[in-house]
Design a protein around this ligand. Structure first.
Ligand SMILES: Nc1nc2c(c(=O)[nH]1)N[C@H]1C(S)=C(S)[C@@H](COP(=O)(O)OP(=O)(O)OC[C@H]3O[C@@H](n4cnc5c(N)ncnc54)[C@H](O)[C@@H]3O)O[C@H]1N2
Ligand code: MOO
Length: 307
C-alpha cells in the first residue's frame, strides 16, 4: 500500500478523464483496505494445545507463516477379519465361502489423518494362529479391531486366543440387536475390541464402542448425541434388547422432527437395507412396540459414519 492512501475505490466505480479520475461516490476513509494484523493481532492465540488440527487450522498456520507444529503421534490401529470361510472381494465365489465385507467397511470408517490404520487381512479360525497374530500386533498397535469368532461356540476363538497370548479379555453378551456377542480386552499396551462377524452387527458395535474409544484416544471431544425422531408407522419391538433398525426419512412431523419408516426386513447379515436407508433408529431395550408418531433416536449415516 503506498504511504498516505486513505481509501481504495473500485475501478468500475470511477471514470477517467485524461489524467483526472472522477468517483461515482466519495469513498469512505479506510474502505477496501485490509490492515496488517486486522485478522490476527500480534499475541493472539490462534490454536490451543489439544486442538484437532483440521483444514481451517492448516490455513491459519500457513497464514501465520508456521511451517511445523508439534502434534500427538498418530493412533496406530490394526483391523483384522477372522474366519475360514472368508475370501477377498472379487468376481465369483465358491460355494460355502463369504466375501470379507467387514474389513473394507472398518478400514474406511477408521480412516483419519489422526490415525495410522493397518490392514491385517484375514486370519483363519485357528487359536494358535490368532494368538500369534495378536502377539505380533501388540508390538505395533495401540488398538486392534477384529471381527468374527466371538459368539462363544466351540469354533469361536477370539476370547481364548487373546487369553492364551497373555492378554486380558471379557466375552460379553449385550442386550443389543444386532451386536449381541462382543469381546474386549488388552494385550500389553494394545487395546482389543473383537466385534461380531455379521456385518451390521459389526457396524453397530463399531458405532457404540469403537468410535467413542477412538475419539477419546485421539483427543477428540465425544461425538454429539443423535437427536430424537418420530416413527411414521408402528415399529414392532421385542422387549429386552436395544435395537438398531435401518430407517428412511419419509417426511417431517408437525414439530419438525424427521418421520421415519423401517426399511423392510433388517437383519444383522443384510447390507442392502443399510445401503438403501438414511440411518439407524434406536429403540431402547425397555420399550415395547413404538406406536406411529412415537419417539426413537435417529442416527443419521451421514453424521455417524464420520469419525
Ligand atoms: N452359539 C451361538 N451362536 C451365535 C450366537 C450366540 O449367542 N450363540 N449369537 C449370534 C449372533 S447374534 C451373532 S451377531 C453372531 C456373531 O458371531 P461371531 O462373531 O462368532 O461371528 P462368525 O460366526 O465368525 O460370523 C457370523 C456371520 O458373519 C459372517 N462374517 C464373519 N466375518 C465376516 C466378514 N469379515 N465379512 C462378511 N461377513 C462376515 C460369517 O461368515 C457368518 O455368516 O453369532 C451368532 N451365533
Ligand atoms: O445380535 Mo447378532 O449381532 O444379531 O446378529
Amino acid at each position: 500500500m503506498p504511504p498516505g492512501v486513505a481509501a481504495i475505490a473500485m475501478e468500475e466505480h470511477t471514470h477517467h478523464h485524461g489524467t483526472a479520475i472522477a468517483f461515482d461516490a466519495a469513498p469512505e476513509i479506510g474502505s477496501n483496505i485490509r490492515r496488517a494484523g486486522e485478522d490476527v493481532a500480534a499475541g493472539t492465540i490462534v490454536l490451543r494445545r489439544g486442538s484437532i488440527v483440521d483444514s481451517r487450522h492448516l490455513a491459519m498456520l500457513a497464514a501465520c507463516g508456521v511451517r511445523q507444529v508439534r502434534v500427538l503421534r498418530r493412533l496406530r490401529v490394526g483391523v483384522m477379519s477372522t474366519g475360514n470361510e472368508l475370501v477377498e472381494p472379487g468376481p465369483g465365489i465358491a460355494p460355502g465361502l463369504i466375501t470379507d465385507s467387514n474389513r473394507p467397511m472398518l478400514l474406511s470408517l477408521l480412516s483419519s489423518p489422526a490415525m495410522d490404520v493397518a490392514d491385517l487381512g484375514i486370519t483363519a479360525d485357528d487359536p494358535d494362529r490368532l494368538s500369534g497374530e495378536l502377539t505380533r500386533a501388540s508390538a505395533r498397535f495401540d488398538l486392534l479391531i477384529s471381527t468374527g469368532g466371538v459368539s462363544g461356540s466351540e469354533a469361536d476363538y477370539m476370547h481364548p486366543a487373546l487369553l492364551s497370548a497373555g492378554g486380558r479379555c471379557r466375552a460379553m453378551r449385550l442386550a443389543l440387536r444386532p451386536g449381541k456377542p462382543i469381546s474386549a480386552g488388552s494385550l500389553g499396551a494394545m487395546r482389543v475390541i473383537c466385534l461380531p462377524g455379521n456385518p451390521v452387527a459389526a457396524l453397530v458395535g463399531y458405532l457404540l464402542f469403537v468410535r467413542p474409544l477412538v475419539r477419546r484416544l485421539i483427543g477428540a471431544p465425544p461425538g454429539a448425541p443423535s437427536p430424537p425422531a418420530r416413527t411414521a408407522e408402528t415399529f414392532f419391538h421385542k422387549l429386552g434388547r436395544t435395537e438398531f433398525v435401518p430407517v428412511s426419512v419419509v417426511g417431517y412431523a408437525d414439530d419438525g422432527m424427521p418421520l421415519l419408516r423401517k426399511l423392510g426386513r433388517g437383519g444383522s447379515a443384510r447390507l442392502l437395507p443399510i445401503v438403501q436407508s438414511d440411518g439407524f433408529a434406536q429403540i431402547a431395550a425397555d420399550v415395547g412396540h413404538v406406536p406411529e408418531g412415537g419417539l426413537v433416536i435417529y442416527h443419521r449415516f451421514d453424521s455417524i459414519l464420520q469419525l
